[in-house]
Design a protein around this ligand. Structure first.
Ligand code: AMP
Length: 378
């Protein structure tokens, strides 16, 4: 089914035809017509499935510039768990907004940056993308009102319920009008998501897209058994011998991320660490440079394992294993996205061997292993 059959406005369809989106992804095919009809929707789909456009496009199609002039009411509210995701979703909205005959006012707000400019800029905003904490702060000072929201999107809902957002979510939901359209997207259908589903959604259409877990065979994988103290030399060896121009490296702690990035820089490999202790400015700038291709390496904690879309990222390296197999899948899912090939390399120390076995079992994949200690890493 082509984009032109989904019920989107002509100007949006034209913008899509001119872009490199040849046809809608399954999540878009199934969600867009239902959203345009005003239905509530529960989308079980991971980042990489095209879920952002699945709600961005119909919302832009439905919303009209407000007749009641500029005020502090928001028409569509998109809640996301991280600042990076807020910026990314805003970019997708803006990409398509410019093709509308009457473009809408779109804004993203998130913590970690000064609240004052955000407070001042919330006049006449149609679509707001927000992290829950900062949204509540802004609501408390009456910088905006969500009592007239027509469309609510909760993106990465499973994560939103996991990391202490639950109370914030409850508080936000109470401030919304009863009559509204609710769109909830989640990578998994956990018990918690079922709970919020009941809290927020009314007779939702359920769209379930084959999970990335079932698609990871698109990503070429290999693992190196390596002594802990040799991980650094192995990393440099791989970056050089495989001529890696861009790689996202995952560690399990902030300290390690800083440490690995510093060591790479010492060996003249341009690298920046990204984790929750870095300033928002530093995080945004590193990610922007990385996406533009002007930064070679990001060393990150699991903060970047979810949701972040980096076009054509060829390599992901697990310098240390994550605790959960799910995070392993999210991490390696940063590569091999949107049908581009990708390679995921995992370092496994003696201490991590048992856990690595468990991860392989859980993801149903046997990963090719190489004895890194036999390589000449000098
Ligand atoms: P998302 O799951 O929303 O993070 O999207 C993953 C990636 O797929 C992004 O880079 C999108 O630009 C890309 N994408 C989304 N929809 C399509 C489409 N219909 N055709 C080609 N690429 C797409």
């Amino acid at each position: 089914m082509p984009f032109s059959k989904l019920g989107l406005t002509n100007s949006l369809t034209k913008n899509l035809t001119d872009s490199n989106y040849k046809k809608p992804y399954p999540i878009q095919q199934q969600s867009i017509p239902a959203i345009i009809k005003g239905k509530d929707l529960l989308g079980i789909a991971q980042t990489g499935s095209g879920k952002t456009a699945a709600y961005v496009l119909p919302i832009l199609s439905i919303l009209k510039p407000r007749k009641d002039g500029k005020n502090r009411n928001i028409d569509a509210l998109v809640l996301v768990p991280t600042r990076e995701l807020a910026i990314q979703v805003q970019e997708v909205f803006k990409t398509y907004n410019i093709s509308l005959k009457k473009p809408l006012n779109i804004k993203a707000v998130f913590g970690g940056v000064s609240i004052n400019p955000q407070m001042k800029s919330l006049f006449g905003v149609n679509i707001l993308i927000a992290t829950p904490g900062r949204l509540l702060e802004l609501l408390r000072v009456n910088a905006l009102s969500i009592s007239k929201v027509k469309h609510l999107v909760i993106d990465e809902a499973d994560k939103m319920l996991n990391i202490g957002f639950k109370e914030e979510m409850d508080e936000i939901v109470k401030l919304l009008p009863e009559k509204r359209q609710n769109l909830l997207f989640s990578a998994t259908l956990s018990e918690k998501v079922k709970e919020i589903n009941q809290l927020v959604l009314t007779k939702p259409i359920i769209v379930k897209i084959k999970a990335r877990e079932e698609k990871i065979d698109l990503i070429q994988q290999e693992a190196y058994f390596i002594l802990n103290e040799n991980k650094g030399p192995l990393l440099r060896y791989i970056i050089k011998s495989q001529n890696i121009q861009q790689v996202l490296i995952f560690t399990s702690s902030k300290f390690k991320a800083d440490n690995v990035a510093a060591k790479l820089r010492k060996h003249n490999i341009q690298a920046t660490a990204v984790h929750s202790k870095k300033s928002q400015g530093a995080r945004t700038s590193a990610l922007r440079k990385f996406k533009e291709g002007s930064l070679r390496v990001i060393v990150a904690t699991d903060l970047l394992a979810r949701g972040i879309d980096i076009e054509f990222l060829p390599y992901v390296i697990n310098y240390e294993l994550p605790r959960s197999p799910k995070d392993f899948i999210h991490r390696i899912g940063r590569t091999g996205r949107a049908e581009n090939p990708g390679k995921a390399i995992t370092f496994v120390s003696n201490e991590e061997e048992q856990h690595f076995k468990l991860i392989q079992k859980k993801i149903g994949n046997t990963i090719k292993t190489i004895d890194g200690d036999r390589l000449d890493l000098t």
